[in-house]
Design a protein around this ligand. Structure first.
Ligand code: ZN
Length: 89
């Protein structure tokens, strides 16, 4: 019936997301404004990015459907990538 999600209800205050850095292996919490979500044409091109507050590395991780729902529901900025995006490095 109801999905067991640990997602706080929207508009109830600042939402934070737990994230881990693959570079320094630090765990931390990030506000929605610190994350960015990019939705591509397929799951392979759908990912979220953030800058590690510990080591400053730019981190990019794949985002599954659940993560996309969590992030968009939490107010994370979303970019929609279209098929032809030659601007991306
Ligand atoms: Zn780090």
């Amino acid at each position: 019936m109801t999905a067991p999600a640990a997602c706080p209800p929207p508009a109830a205050g600042p939402v934070v997301f737990r994230a881990a850095c693959p570079h320094c292996r630090e765990n931390f919490e990030l506000a929605a404004g610190a994350l960015r979500l990019a939705i591509g044409a397929s799951a392979r091109t759908t990912f979220y990015t953030f800058t590690c507050p510990e080591c400053g590395e730019a981190v990019r991780k794949p985002a599954g459907e659940r993560i996309v729902e969590l992030l968009t529901g939490g107010g994370v900025r979303t970019m929609r990538l279209h098929g032809a995006a030659p601007g991306d490095r």
